[in-house]
Ligand binder design. Structure first.
Ligand code: LIP
Ligand code: MG
Length: 212
């Protein structure tokens, strides 16, 4: 796993340099620094725009990478979303999340119920936002949505999804907002927007602390 992290680090440093970003010394240090500071994904932004993302799924030993305008890859193989547009044929990933407030749990479950009743084909939960989004990028699922996650959960994978031909949207529809703590990643705009119509929003505190 350390080798994979080093590879991710080297890729990150190389792309960041090309993008003219200032690289923090910590990024060049030992892999253990990264393991402490970034558990699942690694991302560097230029002018507040995400340029590239790396997600490493240690369970499967899969390294997902995506770079704006240059495509998305898994272990070197080009990624492409399923392209599914028909929500009734869609396999959707979501998570139960970590919030144990009974009112929030009710919303999470009722959102799943509404989607199942459209009907959609099925729902899966893999366990982590970053890998869920990469599954959409690789065509293994047609969409993923979640509310209550953070910018570090989705920044890297958002590039990977869009570079694989998918879309990232806000959970209420409209443009994706990295600081909003919610996302829909989909294989097509049609499926993403259809899902957003069914979702009751969960009250959240944004990552940047701004009011909605
Ligand atoms: O354990 P935690 O960091 O609060 O939160 C988890 C996230 O890290 C994960 O990416 C998300 O998809 C899960 O649903 C869960 O919420
Ligand atoms: Mg987390």
């Amino acid at each position: 796993m350390a080798d994979q992290w080093r590879e991710a680090m080297e890729f990150a440093v190389q792309v960041a340099k090309e993008a003219g970003a200032v690289i923090r010394e910590a990024l060049k240090e030992d892999v253990s620094v990264m393991l402490k500071s970034s558990p699942a994904d690694l991302v560097t932004a230029t002018d507040q725009k995400v340029e590239f993302g790396v997600v490493y799924s240690c369970v499967e030993d899969k390294m997902y990478t995506g770079r704006k305008g240059k495509g998305a890859y898994c272990n070197g193989q080009k990624l492409q979303v399923s392209g599914q547009k028909d929500v009734t044929k869609s396999m959707i990933i979501t998570e139960l999340g970590s919030n144990r407030n009974p009112e929030i749990i009710k919303i999470v479950l009722s959102n799943m119920e509404r989607l199942l009743c459209i009907p959609i084909h099925g729902i899966r939960a893999v366990g982590t936002a970053a890998v869920n989004m990469c599954l959409v990028a690789s065509g293994g699922a047609d969409a993923y949505y979640e509310m209550g996650i953070h910018c570090w959960d989705m920044a890297a994978a958002a590039v990977i999804v869009t570079e694989a031909g998918g879309v990232v949207l806000d959970a209420k529809g409209g443009p994706f907002d990295l600081m909003s703590c919610r996302v829909i990643a989909a294989s097509s705009k049609e499926i993403g927007e259809r899902i957003s119509k069914e979702l009751q929003l969960i009250p959240l505190v944004r990552d940047d602390g701004k009011k909605e």
